[in-house]
Design a protein around this ligand. Structure first.
Ligand code: BGC
Length: 744
């Protein structure tokens, strides 16, 4: 087994007992100019700029629409371009998507590839910030080598509905887990001397109505959930940029929402960088006054709000010159603070073989063993024949669609045309990367491994019966711009699995999905592995786990509900609306996929497992769940209360082999749902014990109090649990907290 990347400092928990941080970025960050130095430089440069130069910095187009003769020689074909000001040494900003690798969807040149990391939900399943940091450093280095200096990466919208199309890009349903992981990813990306962008700010939790819907949620609920994920991510990662989202929050577009951009982000959180708009998310020039600094993808907005429309308003004073200066200063601040001016642009060779190792390690730790009845996995030496069924497992692993999609090294082997849904324009249903069939043949040396595509369930059942073990690869496509109708696997795969498992009780299902799915066949299937979209080396990771050369250590970052009836919104908001009218499309822009409507989330701040806890419902698989080939015992849970909460405990590997565990600490405040306050991921040899100490972030022990605009920790007793998942506490005790008020 490859040595795992170790972490020391997880979450709001500081794992005092662990070793030194091995991730990237720290040393590069130490050499960075201070915030004040960057500010002084920004002011000096601003003083030398003409108004045209200033305007130039606050708007940009998509690279593909820059006419060939006007394309600077060094301009890569990515998502966006902001021209620089050469005479002042201000570099151009060349932006690329996204968090899973360098998305080349906009690149019409044939043959461009990049290292494809596993999807966000897979990365989050690692519960390993050091891996996110290493992944961020890797994709950031590829961005730079391809000529980009701005990455549109760190997506951290919380999963509120397992049908939402972009969940696969994000980092799960918990604000602490998501915030810690995105912070590490951003830190890794920016260690290359480029800017990372945390997105989509905020409450852009579904695709239906992404351009038209208003999310209406109380401020306290927002601050305790989605906003907290961003807050933690920004504190830890210090991104140069924040991308405001398409949707409205409380009736006001996120990109012109002064409460979100000026009050929360800047006044309360002290964010010093700039706010860029999502592509097509700007609706007015006045957005500049509400905290937007850059119209980044103006090509898809109705008007050039921050250039053509802005100039006359500057001329007659309807928009004060100071507003332009403020926006420019923030952009310059990020350029200097992240050292874009010192980072040479231009093509550099990429060591794809080395980078693939990062993708492999991420996929190994991001694959979750959900069920392993009778310890069928790892496959025993006595297994002589395996039939692999379905999922195009002879061609590659699937990826999610939309702006984050990465054409992996080796290219896609199959691309299926989508029907005419909203996503059809720019989304591809495609398979590439390592090939499960070949990987299994390699990993299970000596075993006969054959393949059937699964289109004939009867034939699959016959083959399954004849083999020692059947492995079904089951897929569900997820994409930006569209949500899913339900939790059902695509096509007739449920029936296929049912028939295969009925024919051979030794059936393994490998889920390759962008979201949790329902499993009507679960009672018949002893083994389920959730591999998500596993990235370029995903098949190798899956084969390693099935063969047992890697001990699984992934844990779910989202709840798998038993059915949609358990969800706060059993019907996806907006799903039953008619298609948008022509007028809607004109009014709301190219991303319009529904008429306007309001979204309310009955769970409020209790997204995901907290909703299940609050309503006493039993999910199919709980947040935090994941099995190992070894066993871990928890003992000696001790807690110390007061102004914060400190928990220490011992984890012992009592099983037969080395493995990593993810002990999780949850706190329950009186009358509230369980909240994750920390975790660690110790790698333990057989028989080895480790004492772990964690400290809770006081915001997780508090409620956001509206009248005082403070996080308020109430004095008194709280329950503290050391758990294997959100529904499997092992040890429980109480701590007494003292009263505390904290700044927002
Ligand atoms: C997506 C963003 C992306 C942008 C640029 C938009 O459609 O929502 O996440 O960064 O396009 O490609």
């Amino acid at each position: 087994m490859q040595p795992m990347i170790r972490l020391t400092c997880t979450a709001a928990l500081i794992a005092l007992g662990s070793t030194a941080l091995t991730g990237a970025g720290a040393s590069a960050q130490e050499r960075r100019p201070s915030a004040d130095e960057a500010q002084m430089r920004a002011e000096r440069t601003l003083a030398q700029m003409t108004q045209d130069e200033k305007v130039q910095l606050i708007h940009g187009t998509m690279a593909v629409v820059v006419p060939k003769p006007r394309r600077p020689r060094d301009m890569p074909m990515g998502a966006g371009v902001i021209a620089g000001v050469e005479r002042l040494g201000i570099p151009p900003q060349y932006a690329t998507d996204a968090s899973l690798g360098i998305s080349n969807i906009m690149d019409m040149r044939k043959g461009d590839v990049a290292t494809a990391l596993p999807s966000g939900l897979s990365l989050a399943s690692t519960w390993n910030p050091a891996l996110l940091r290493a992944g961020g450093r890797m994709i950031g280095s590829e961005a730079l080598a391809k000529g980009f200096n701005v990455m549109l990466a760190g997506g951290v919208n919380l999963v509120r509905d397992p049908r939402a199309g972009r969940n696969f890009e994000y980092l799960g349903e918990d604000p602490l887990l998501g915030g810690v992981l995105v912070g590490a990813q951003i830190e890794g990306i920016q260690s290359n001397g480029i800017i990372a962008t945390i997105k989509h700010f905020a409450l852009n939790n579904q695709e239906t109505g992404r351009a038209t819907a208003s999310v209406n949620m109380g401020e306290a609920a927002m601050r305790e959930s989605d906003l907290l994920a961003f807050q933690i991510g920004i504190e830890r990662g210090d991104p140069g940029s924040v991308m405001c989202s398409y949707n409205k929050v409380g009736g006001i577009y996120a990109c012109e929402n002064s409460f979100m951009l000026n009050d929360v982000l800047r006044r309360d959180w002290g964010f010093k960088g700039y706010v860029m708009s999502d592509w097509g998310a700007v609706h007015s020039t006045e957005a500049l006054l509400a905290g937007l600094d850059q119209q980044s993808g103006e090509t898809v907005d109705a008007k050039r709000w921050l250039s053509t429309e802005l100039r006359p308003k500057l001329a007659d004073g309807r928009i004060p010159a100071a507003a332009l200066d403020t926006a420019v200063k923030r952009i310059l601040w990020a350029i200097y603070a992240k050292e874009l001016d010192k980072t040479p642009l231009g093509p550099k060779p990429i060591d794809y073989a080395k980078n693939a190792e990062v993708a492999l390690q991420a996929a190994r730790e991001g694959t979750v063993l959900l069920r392993n009845e009778g310890a069928l996995l790892p496959l025993a030496k006595t297994v002589r024949s395996v039939v692999v069924i379905g999922g195009k497992a002879n061609l590659g692993v699937p990826s999610g669609g939309g702006s984050s999609q990465v054409v992996p090294v080796g290219g896609f082997r199959v691309i299926e045309k989508l029907s005419d849904g909203a996503a059809a324009v720019f989304s591809r249903r495609a398979w590439g990367g390592s090939v499960p069939l070949a990987a299994l043949q390699g990993a299970l040396g000596g075993v006969q491994v054959t393949y059937l595509d699964g289109s004939d369930a009867q034939a699959a059942a016959v083959a399954a019966k004849a083999a020692d073990v059947a492995i079904v690869f089951a897929t569900k496509f997820s994409t930006e711009a569209e949500d899913q109708a339900d939790l059902v696997l695509d096509g007739a795969q449920d029936a296929l699995i049912d028939m295969v498992a009925s024919a051979n009780p030794r059936t393994v299902v490998v889920l390759e999905t962008g979201n949790p799915v329902a499993m009507p066949w679960l009672g018949k299937v002893p083994v389920v592995l959730s591999a998500w979209y596993s990235g370029q080396r995903g098949a190798d990771a899956i084969a390693d786990i099935i063969a047992g050369t890697v001990n699984p250590s992934g844990r779910l970052p989202v709840t798998f509900p038993a059915s949609v009836a358990q969800l706060p919104n059993p019907k996806l908001p907006g799903a039953d609306l008619p298609p948008p009218s022509k007028e809607d499309k004109i009014r709301y822009g190219v991303n319009t996929n529904s008429p306007p409507f309001n979204i309310t989330y009955p769970e409020g701040s209790d997204a995901g497992y907290r909703w299940f806890d609050r309503t006493g419902q039993k999910p199919l698989f709980a947040f935090g769940h994941g099995l190992s080939y070894t066993m871990f015992r928890y003992s000696r849970l001790k807690v110390k209360g007061g102004r914060t909460l400190r928990a220490s405990f011992t984890v012992t590997n009592t099983g037969g082999r080395e493995g990593a565990d993810v002990p999780q600490v949850y706190v329950t405040l009186p009358g509230k749902a369980r909240r994750l306050v920390g975790w660690d991921k110790p790698m333990l040899k057989r028989g080895e014990s480790r004492t772990i100490t964690v400290m809770a972030d006081p915001r997780l022990l508090a409620d956001f109090d509206m009248p005082s605009q403070r996080w308020v920790v109430k004095p008194g007793k709280v329950k503290v649990e050391l758990a294997r998942s959100a529904t499997e506490p092992v040890l429980s005790t109480q701590a007494t907290l003292s009263a505390q008020k904290l700044k927002p």
